[in-house]
Ligand binder design. Structure first.
Ligand SMILES: NC(=O)c1ccc[n+]([C@@H]2O[C@H](COP(=O)([O-])OP(=O)(O)OC[C@H]3O[C@@H](n4cnc5c(N)ncnc54)[C@H](O)[C@@H]3O)[C@@H](O)[C@H]2O)c1
Length: 445
């Protein structure tokens, strides 16, 4: 079977490359001509571990190609995946579906023969049926022979481990409308390699599938926010949040993951998906107030992080030199969308700090969205002459700094670790005052 992937971003490119690795012929389409030209030359538009090799191998095998032209890619394809962005709509927080509907309309005009149109983008409940309406309106002729089905197949991959998440997912969710045996058979065929590895494949109603994605992301955002508030309480009562996390996470009903205190969740999914679920729930008269609270707490938390840095630096940041390590919303990606650094760094600058930043992969993206800072060439360059250092993203290379070298480079001795990547005593032993989240601050003896 040949499939078309419309939208060659984080999800489209990884999914397209992985499907081709499964043995399917895939054409990845994007309206961004530069992205397609670069991909044809073997240049990846994003940083994702292992992606470059995966793409190169499948291009070489003749199973994966890139095109700016949607029509030939869609015509005759067995399935067409919509993997375009669904950002927050300005003003009301609803998912902006304009890219999805524009793609659906374009796809409709290119369809020939029975095709399954799959929404892989994260879309609110009801969107699949709206996509079907868009296609039916554009191509009434297709309705006669029921020449298409619309299916929801949300993506759960995480940036930074996207390939293994796609190849070895916890589950695959496929939502269909009624009488969709043909569509289910196509989807089963595409995911056949995962059946062999006994991955649970859930077939649901289309509305259920659409909601599963939002419920999953909002639950995870809630879990993060819960431990963040517990971290604040730990500080007030002298408890240690790492130990509390461990103590509750070992309970199989709770689980260890997503229980790390931090500066607030960010990224291209959790903030916007929480907002969209809040909108959907309100519009249907069934508000989900827990997610509304989570979203508000998280927004406020990011800003509070700058106050923490200020107090760690003795109550004023005026003319203080700060090294900021890590800008992306998490390690192993170059994605800056809704990163906590976008709230924290400008707040530090507005409090009077001179901020020198470094991120292993996010510098190019960061330059587009962060101003009024100095750009360091590496970790130690960022630390040179600093009065304090702030860790915002837990990149591995920040986890094992040469503290003797850091001490020689830095002017001051303050460390603010917003990811709890160090054991407090280790940093204090190197002569620094160490502040983290949900744990007591420690000064050198
Ligand atoms: N990024 C993630 O980790 C992740 C994980 C799971 C789900 N999702 C969801 O997947 C969807 C895509 O997210 P992303 O991060 O890959 O977005 P992205 O912004 O990285 O990529 C979207 C791509 O679609 C292209 N595009 C838009 N309209 C098009 C059209 N009509 N024809 C061809 N190309 C078009 C854009 O040029 C862009 O390259 C979103 O709904 C997102 O919520 C993302």
């Amino acid at each position: 079977m040949r499939i078309a992937m419309i939208g060659t971003g984080y999800v489209g490119l990884v999914s397209g490359a992985c499907f081709s690795e499964f043995g399917t012929n895939v054409v990845c389409v994007d309206k961004d001509a530069t992205k397609i030209e670069n991909l044809k030359r073997g240049q990846m538009p994003i940083f994702e571990p292992g992606l470059s090799d995966l793409v190169a191998n499948n291009v070489r095998a003749g199973r994966l190609s890139f095109s700016g032209d949607l029509k030939p890619a869609v015509a005759g394809a067995g399935a067409v995946f919509i993997a375009v962005g669904t950002p927050s709509r300005r003003g009301d927080g609803h998912a902006d579906l304009s890219y999805v509907f524009a793609a659906a309309e374009e796809i409709a005009h290119a369809l020939s023969g029975y095709t399954v149109i799959v929404t892989k983008s994260t879309v609110p409940v009801g969107t699949g049926r709206q996509v079907a309406d868009v296609i039916a309106k554009a191509r009434p002729d297709l309705m006669l022979g029921r020449d298409f089905d619309v299916v929801s197949n949300p993506e759960f991959l995480r940036e930074g481990s996207a390939i293994s998440d796609f190849m070895r997912p916890d589950r695959v969710v496929i939502g269909t409308m009624s009488n969709a045996d043909r569509a289910r058979a196509v989807m089963r065929e595409l995911y056949r390699p995962l059946y062999l590895s006994e991955t649970p494949v859930l077939f649901t109603k289309i509305e259920t599938s659409e909601l599963i994605k939002y419920a999953a992301n909002c639950f995870l955002a809630t879990k993060i926010t819960f431990i963040n508030e517990i971290a604040d309480l730990c500080e007030a009562v002298g408890a240690d949040v790492q130990e509390v996390s461990n103590g509750i996470g070992l309970d199989g009903r709770i689980g260890k993951k997503f229980l790390h205190a931090g500066p607030g969740y960010g990224g291209s999914c959790f903030p916007k998906d929480c907002m969209a679920l809040i909108r959907t729930a309100r519009e249907t008269g069934t508000p989900i107030t827990i997610v509304e609270t989570v979203s508000a707490i998280n927004d406020a938390r990011k800003l509070k992080m700058a106050d923490r840095v200020e107090s760690a630096m003795g109550g004023s940041l005026t003319c203080k030199r700060l090294a900021v390590l890590g800008l992306t919303f998490k390690p192993n990606t170059d994605d800056m969308r809704d990163s906590p650094s976008l709230a924290i760094v400008p707040a530090l600058v507005s409090k009077g700090a001179v901020v020198r930043v470094y991120d292993p992969e996010g510098m190019d993206e960061a330059r587009k969205v962060i101003g009024d800072v100095e750009w360091a060439s590496d970790t130690y360059d960022a630390l040179d002459g600093a009065d304090g250092v702030v860790f915002i993203t837990e990149w591995n290379e920040f986890r094992s700094l040469d503290w003797a070298r850091v001490a020689k480079l830095m002017r001051g001795r303050v460390v603010v670790d917003l990811r709890n990547i160090y054991a407090p005593d280790r940093v204090a032993d190197a002569g620094f005052t160490y502040h983290s989240l949900g744990r007591a601050s420690v000064s050198p003896q």
